[in-house]
Design a binder for this molecule. Structure first.
Ligand SMILES: Cc1cc2nc3c(=O)[nH]c(=O)nc-3n(C[C@H](O)[C@H](O)[C@H](O)COP(=O)(O)OP(=O)(O)OC[C@H]3O[C@@H](n4cnc5c(N)ncnc54)[C@H](O)[C@@H]3O)c2cc1C
Length: 439
């Protein structure tokens, strides 16, 4: 007897594939499985700091943008947990990441197509699609959706430092700092670095005496969370961006950096006020040396002490910092996961070597068979600044779900939009939309 292939396999069940699993749940006749390597749902556990806030509106949850009546919405979670009124009464400017992580876990446990504790080891191409190899078995599928997240960026100079004293912030809460740390360096200038510095400043009962915060950015720059910048986190912008030539997209993306990677103004205020109090009133706890414009380019280990060499971009001078530990907050980058090694050569690349991904998040496949491969969080270069963020996860999952099903099950059309990015076809659609709504 030959095995019937599944319709869809998802690799990874972080928020992005969880959104797809939640939308497709209960779809008649669809056979889908999502394999997650962790034993239970986790959302960046190394950075789930007590006061850390979500940088996105909680309505931009797993489903609401394309399925507002879904039982897997954030509002459904609040109601199920009996805190709808209290949540509103609390008037949060932004909600705790801990609460959003708990919402995601709640959905993950209710969607039966998600299987935890199943790392995908390898994918091979077959005539019908793909064979997905797990530890003790393998399954075949016609379509595959890869959403395995991003990898921490670790600069070369980190190789010189011992792992127990120098690590990426992705592991921040998963490790204990050695008890003898008196001076620590935090390297990086985005949201995570600010959260780590705030957390270190709050540690008043340790040996920690000083935090050196080095960032290559010219200042501790804010996240641009204003209305017209937020238009970059809409389907209309993704569609317009995707249609641009590669080199133009690359230039634009660099100019949008602070729309996705700045420090939220709320965190900056909290940080400044904490530093103010520490400087003028509080006797206890570490102090901080703020060192913007510093590019760390080398490091060495001197017994228990670590030495970082930095270039001051403002003055053009060089200096070094001696510390007992380093927390690296240098961000994340998209890489195809190791389990795709056998099929990676069949994914067409653009001139920068990045995967070519179409408007339905489907990779251009040059290999054997007619399987479909969808990629999430791997096409910022072609879909824009929103790709690694939560903002459009429900919409993107809706686009992929429609493609998987071959019907327009979810409303994902990008118009009518408020800002016109300027192409004639959509201008025409706008006119039609206006004339229709005028009766
Ligand atoms: C600390 C932090 C806070 C963030 N906060 C926000 C925010 O407030 N707002 C916002 O818009 N964005 C935020 N982001 C960015 C983005 O929303 C998250 O990174 C989001 O988790 C991306 O979802 P994902 O599903 O692509 O990846 P991940 O959440 O990384 O999930 C990928 C999953 O795939 C699994 N996996 C990997 N390889 C395999 C394999 N071979 N087999 C099976 N499973 C595998 C992993 O175990 C993991 O569970 C934040 C990012 C970080 C790091």
């Amino acid at each position: 007897m030959t095995e019937t292939p599944l319709d869809l396999v998802g690799i990874g069940a972080g928020p992005f594939n969880l959104a797809l699993a939640a939308l497709l749940e209960g779809e008649p006749g669809l056979k889908a499985r999502f394999f997650e390597r962790s034993a239970a749902f986790e959302w960046h556990p190394g950075m789930l700091l007590p006061g850390a806030k979500l940088q996105t509106a909680c309505l931009k949850d797993l489903v609401t943008a394309v399925a507002p009546t879904s039982p897997h919405s954030f509002l459904a979670y609040l109601v199920a947990h009996g805190r709808f009124y209290q949540h509103l009464a609390a008037e949060f400017e932004s909600i705790d990441r801990r609460e959003f992580a708990d919402y995601l876990r709640w959905v993950a446990e209710r969607v039966p197509s998600v299987a935890f504790g199943h790392p995908v080891r390898e994918v091979t191409a077959t005539a019908e699609g793909f064979r997905v190899h797990l530890d003790d078995t393998s399954v075949s599928t016609r379509q595959l959706c890869v959403a395995t997240g991003r990898s921490p960026i670790i600069p070369e100079w980190m190789q010189a430092l011992p792992r127990e004293r120098a690590y990426h912030n992705a592991e921040y809460l998963l490790r204990e700092l050695p008890a003898d740390v008196r001076r620590i360096a935090v390297v990086g200038g985005g949201q995570s670095s600010a959260e780590v510095v705030l957390d270190l400043l709050a540690r008043t009962h340790t040996e920690l005496a000083e935090i050196a915060w080095l960032s290559s950015r010219a200042n501790f720059a804010p996240l641009d969370d204003t209305p017209f910048t937020n238009e970059l986190f809409t389907p209309a912008w993704v569609e317009a961006f995707h249609g641009l030539p590669e080199t133009k997209r690359a230039r634009l993306l660099a100019s949008h950096h602070l729309a996705g990677d700045g420090i939220s103004p709320q965190t900056l205020r909290e940080l400044y006020q904490t530093l103010y109090r520490r400087r003028y009133f509080d006797a206890q706890g570490a102090c901080a040396s703020l060192l913007p414009g510093r590019e760390v380019f080398a490091a060495e280990c001197l017994g228990r002490r670590l030495r970082l060499f930095a270039h001051n971009r403002l003055t053009g001078t060089y200096h070094h910092e001696e510390v007992d530990a380093v927390i690296l907050c240098t961000g994340y980058r998209s890489v195809l996961p190791a389990c795709l090694a056998h099929v990676a050569e069949h994914i067409a690349r653009d001139s920068f070597g990045q995967p070519q991904v179409d408007a339905h998040f489907r990779a251009r496949w040059t290999g054997p068979g007619d399987g479909r491969l969808y990629l999430q969080n791997l096409s910022e270069h072609s879909h824009g600044i929103a790709e690694p963020q939560l903002s459009l996860m429900a919409w993107r999952a809706g686009v992929i779900a429609n493609a998987v099903l071959g019907i327009q099950r979810f409303p994902t059309a990008a118009w009518p939009e408020l800002v016109h990015w300027g192409d004639l076809v959509r201008g025409d659609r706008r006119l039609r939309a206006t004339s229709r709504s005028n009766g």
